[in-house]
Design a protein around this ligand. Structure first.
Ligand SMILES: Nc1nc2c(ncn2[C@@H]2O[C@H](COP(=O)(O)OP(=O)(O)OP(=O)(O)O)[C@@H](O)[C@H]2O)c(=O)[nH]1
Ligand SMILES: [Mg+2]
Length: 255
């Protein structure tokens, strides 16, 4: 049975580039994997998907057929994909690969909040689905941005309730001290709390403190794994984390 990794995150957080780079890393290491593009609105991709939802649902066709603009068409297209889930599953199964990387639509809310997505994750993912949630470093480097991403990632986790890992993308865009600061927040809640209350004042500070406490109580925190497609960095850690989740730490057999 394959491990199905749904790559999710806010628009522009690096989902498609992560898919391309992790694919490259896996191929170099001789792991058996395929990529699936689940974004009907993707204009260009940094990899050639083995399976492409655009072959089944085309955004331009949806715009013409339903008389919609690009935003409305994205919503209809996301729902239409659900009609083809069984076809997608058959196609994925025909590869019999160990790993399936599924690149999701740019708009996180289309994936996280449409009923069609739960159906897609349930059908395609079965019991070996995992969410890889991308943290964009430009947002993650401020305390409130970091906490917002934790909330967003928790919301997506709450929606699907399957195993998940957090990934910090594009770390080449961070200065060393910014990366160290994020690492400190990851290893020490108190450091994150201190940074958060220093950043804000008045009512916002109060709200931040309350939100922080909820997150702490929920114990949703998962340290984001630092990666950079530009530096080709971090993919061994991502792979090791997947192994811990599904392989009990043991390597799935190479082919
Ligand atoms: N410097 C740097 N840029 C990156 C990295 N990964 C992605 N990018 C850039 O970030 C931008 C967005 O990357 P994508 O991979 O398209 O992000 P996405 O989440 O798939 O975007 P949407 O599907 O449109 O939501 C592109 O300009 C990428 O070149 C990285 O590791 N380093
Ligand atoms: Mg993309």
């Amino acid at each position: 049975m394959s491990v199905n990794v749904f790559v999710v995150g806010p628009a522009g957080s690096g989902k498609s580039t992560f898919t391309a780079a992790f694919r490259e890393w896996m191929i170099r290491n001789e792991y058996d994997m395929i990529t699936v593009n689940l974004d009907p609105g993707a204009e260009s991709l940094p990899y050639v998907p083995d399976i492409d939802v655009r072959d089944l649902v085309n955004l331009e066709d949806v715009m013409n057929e339903y008389g919609l603009g690009p935003n409305g068409a994205q919503i209809v297209a996301a729902d239409l994909v659900a009609n083809f889930v069984e076809d997608l599953k058959r196609e994925i199964d025909s590869y019999e690969s160990d790993y399936v990387l599924l690149d999701t639509p740019g708009q996180l809310e289309l994936f996280a909040f449409r009923a069609a997505s739960s159906f897609i994750v349930d059908t395609l993912g079965e019991e070996t689905a995992v969410l890889a949630f991308m943290f964009d470093p430009i947002l993650a480097k401020t305390p409130s941005g970091f906490v917002s991403l934790l909330m967003l990632s928790s919301t997506v986790h709450f929606r699907f309730y399957i195993p998940f890992l957090n990934i910090l993308s594009k770390i080449d865009l961070l200065e060393d001290d910014e990366l160290e600061k994020i690492a400190r927040w990851c290893s020490n809640w108190d450091a994150l709390y201190d940074s958060l209350i220093k950043e804000s004042g008045g009512m916002q500070k109060e709200l931040n403190i309350q939100i922080f406490r909820v997150l702490e109580d929920m114990q949703v925190f998962k340290t984001p794994i630092p990666t950079s497609a530009k530096m080709f960095y971090g993919y061994d850690d991502v792979y090791a984390t997947l192994q811990m989740l599904f392989g009990g730490g043991e390597d799935l057999e190479k082919r």
